[in-house]
Design a protein around this ligand. Structure first.
Ligand code: NI
Length: 402
């Protein structure tokens, strides 16, 4: 189905919806302003300045410089009530934009290719709406503008600097514009939505020599190749088939010439899983395989394993509320899908470890307008109609949470 911005005579549109739809030109303007000025993680200086300028213009209290470039706006309703948080990420990617739109990136080699420009615009729209209507919600809303989601991660340092405390946040929600879903659909799911992200780097230390005299060498390429093949048995033969996991080796470098046996080989990879009970399981299995194969060949190894993000786990009650609000917004049950789990990762997970909440996907693809390229693609772009839908879900959540 397609979400239409034009008020339908058959639908009694609420005042909230009409007012938010009236914000659409500003949402587009802010998003395009940010799209033209993409910045990498922890370097979102222009983005942060833009957010601060808007908050000051609207008289909203804020704290800046949290985790370097993060900003937190605080808006209070006229009645006392809960403390809620909305989270938006602000960073872009090291990609050269190939779109020819007039609002294309002006920063060479950088691009908002994941839609975080849209997330920032939606959060600004929510802040603006709330500060204009303090009588429509109870309590306090913190709007968190987070740096560096694409890495190395801005959520954890923001939490360490106290964004969830003073006052203590009771529930948090966030969204990702999602080109895997068409405009007008929303992906909502209780429990695990996105995977834990862990990474490893390994160097195999063999003994180089002449390609024609292997008996004098320890072939690091051969050892590395056996390890990479054997690593796939972790998912195939160790992980419960009813659980989901991925082990990917994305990089393998070794050797200089066809007739030289390589002294060392290097590979790196990523591990993904949903179930937190697997935390700590993969480094042990990966090391056991590497150590065993190295021992068999008299090679040595150097392994570096580091977890990045935990899985994104949604709270059932808050997810149910987001689900019912999403249903009100898209007006058809077919527009809501729980089939949106992905092995992609997100550092929203750190917030959700501290506070119950819900992260959801806001459908943004529109193939008819050629807006359906995948995230992180040099031609990624999304249907901006989704911006007002995002604001409406956030605003309704804040008004309905109690
Ligand atoms: Ni993203």
């Amino acid at each position: 189905m397609v979400f239409s911005l034009a008020p339908s005579p058959s639908v009694d549109l609420s005042q909230i919806r009409l007012k938010i739809r009236n914000l659409q030109p500003q949402l587009v303007q802010w998003r395009r302003h940010l799209h033209q000025r993409p910045e990498l993680g922890f370097k979102e200086h222009l983005t942060s300045e833009f957010v601060i300028a808007k908050l000051e213009e609207w008289g909203i209290k804020y704290q800046s410089g949290i985790a370097k470039t993060g900003v937190v706006a605080t808006i209070t309703g006229t009645q006392p009530g809960p403390v809620l948080a909305i989270r938006a990420d602000m960073d872009a990617l090291p990609i050269q934009e190939q779109n020819q739109v007039e609002y294309r990136s002006q920063h060479d080699g950088l691009m908002h290719a994941c839609g975080h420009d849209g997330h920032t615009a939606i959060a600004l729209g929510t802040a603006y709406y709330l500060c204009q209507h303090p009588d429509q919600f109870r309590g306090t809303v913190k709007i968190i503008f987070q740096p560096a989601e694409e890495g190395p991660g801005g959520a954890k340092p923001m939490i360490e600097e106290g964004v969830l405390t003073n006052p203590q946040v009771e529930a948090i929600v966030g969204l990702h514009l999602w080109n895997r879903l068409p405009l007008g659909t929303i992906g909502v799911r209780s429990g695990a939505l996105m995977a834990a992200v862990e990474c490893f780097r390994c160097t195999i230390l063999g003994k180089g020599g002449h390609g024609a005299m292997p008996e004098q060498t320890i072939d690091s390429i051969l050892v590395g190749a056996q390890i990479i093949t054997a690593l796939q048995t972790i998912v195939a033969r160790n992980v419960n088939p009813l659980d989901s996991a991925v082990v990917t080796v994305g990089e393998f470098h070794a050797g200089k010439a066809h007739n030289i046996i390589a002294d060392s080989a290097h590979f790196s990879g990523t591990v993904r899983y949903f179930d937190s009970s697997y935390s700590g399981y993969f480094p042990a299995r990966i090391e056991a395989i590497i150590a065993g194969i190295c021992q068999a060949h008299n090679a040595r190894y150097d392994l570096d394993y580091y977890p990045l993000y935990p899985p994104v786990i949604n709270d059932p009650k808050i997810t149910e509320l987001i689900h019912s609000i999403a249903l009100e917004v898209v007006e058809t049950p077919a527009g809501i899908t729980p089939a949106c789990q992905t092995m992609g990762g997100e550092d929203m997970s750190f917030f959700l470890q501290q506070v119950p909440g819900c992260y959801f996907f806001l459908g943004s693809a529109n193939p008819a307008k050629d807006l359906a390229y995948p995230h992180h693609h040099p031609r990624f772009d999304f249907d901006e109609t989704a911006l007002a839908i995002g604001v409406e879900i956030f605003v309704r959540f804040i008004e309905q949470f109690s």
